[in-house]
Each structure stands twice: as structure tokens, then as C-alpha cells.
Design a protein around this ligand. Structure first.
Ligand SMILES: Nc1ncnc2c1ncn2[C@@H]1O[C@H](COP(=O)(O)OP(=O)(O)O)[C@@H](O)[C@H]1O
Ligand SMILES: [Mg+2]
Length: 144
């Protein structure tokens, strides 16, 4: 797994303010066939105004790292065995679920690769995108 970064001006936070830091993250899965070490010591950081691209071959742990950051890793079978995830300097792994929920969706969001399994075919895409704003921002369901 390797990373590349680009920086742009931001009107919210000073460029370069640390936002997200992944420190020595290790994640494994306990399966019937043994322990699969999916993420082994990943380190990266993203600052305000930065775009970070993570590249790596299939199965190198990109998605599991992202799921761990979002707090949506299936545990079990997943297990975080080592590492820290800092959001604006605070350790997300030590946060209460309530605090994490306030960050997830509002401050950190994830766009899933597989539209067929992440979107519900009986609801419009607009409705499903709007859900984030209804849940986190208290937006109404009426269209302007
Ligand atoms: N629920 C799971 N149970 C067991 N192994 C898993 C599970 N999810 C992911 N893995 C394994 O973790 C490794 C990393 O997977 P993943 O993060 O999806 O790779 P990438 O996104 O880089 O293609 C792979 O070996 C994958 O098989
Ligand atoms: Mg993936």
C-alpha cells in the first residue's frame, strides 16, 4: 500500500492543520481457517486542504483501513490489535460511540465501491443521499 498527497486552499481550516492520522494500525480477522492479518502497521495522515490517494493491490487492506476509521468494521470477526486513529488529535478508538457517531457522516464519510450492495434499489438515490443530512443535520424530507 502506498500514498500520494495533493494540497489545496481551504476556507474552513488553515491549510496543514492535521485532521486524520492513522498510526501503526493493525487489524486482523479470526476465521475458522485461522487468523488473517489484513492491516499490518499502516501509517498515514491527512491535513486540511489535502487529498490523499491510497494505492495498493487488491486485498492489501485499503477497505479494511477505511472501515476501521469509520468505525464500521465487523467485530467479530475483525479485531483491531494495535494502533491509533486520531481525528483532530483525539483518539477515535477511545471515544464513546455517541461521540464517534457525531463525527461519522458529518466530518468523515465513506462512499462505498459497490453500488449494488450499498444502495437500496427500492429507494431513489436522492432519498438515500438525503438520509445523511436528515440524520446528522436534522434536515426535513421536503424538497425545496
Ligand atoms: N470479513 C472478513 N473476514 C476475513 N477476512 C477479511 C474480511 N474482510 C476483509 N478480509 C481480508 O482482509 C484483507 C484486506 O482486504 P481489503 O481491505 O478488502 O483489501 P483492499 O480494499 O485493499 O482490496 C484481504 O485479505 C481480505 O480477504
Ligand atoms: Mg477495497
Amino acid at each position: 500500500m502506498t500514498t500520494a498527497t495533493e494540497t489545496k486552499q481551504t476556507d474552513r481550516l488553515a491549510v496543514g492543520t492535521p485532521l486524520l492520522e492513522v498510526r501503526d494500525l493493525h487489524v486482523e480477522f479470526r476465521t475458522r481457517d485461522g487468523v488473517a492479518k489484513a492491516v499490518n502497521g499502516v501509517n498515514y495522515s491527512v491535513a486540511a486542504g489535502e487529498t490523499l490517494a491510497v494505492l495498493g493491490e487488491s486485498g492489501s487492506g485499503k477497505s479494511v483501513t477505511a472501515q476501521t476509521i469509520m468505525g464500521i468494521l465487523d467485530m467479530p470477526p475483525g479485531r483491531i490489535t494495535q494502533g491509533r486513529i486520531l481525528f483532530r488529535g483525539e483518539d477515535m478508538l477511545a471515544m464513546k460511540e455517541e461521540q464517534r457517531r457525531r463525527i461519522r457522516g458529518r466530518k468523515i464519510a465513506m462512499i462505498f465501491q459497490d453500488a449494488l450492495s450499498s444502495l437500496n434499489p427500492v429507494l431513489s438515490v436522492g432519498y438515500q443521499l438525503g438520509e445523511m443530512f436528515r440524520v446528522h443535520e436534522g434536515a426535513s424530507t421536503t424538497w425545496a
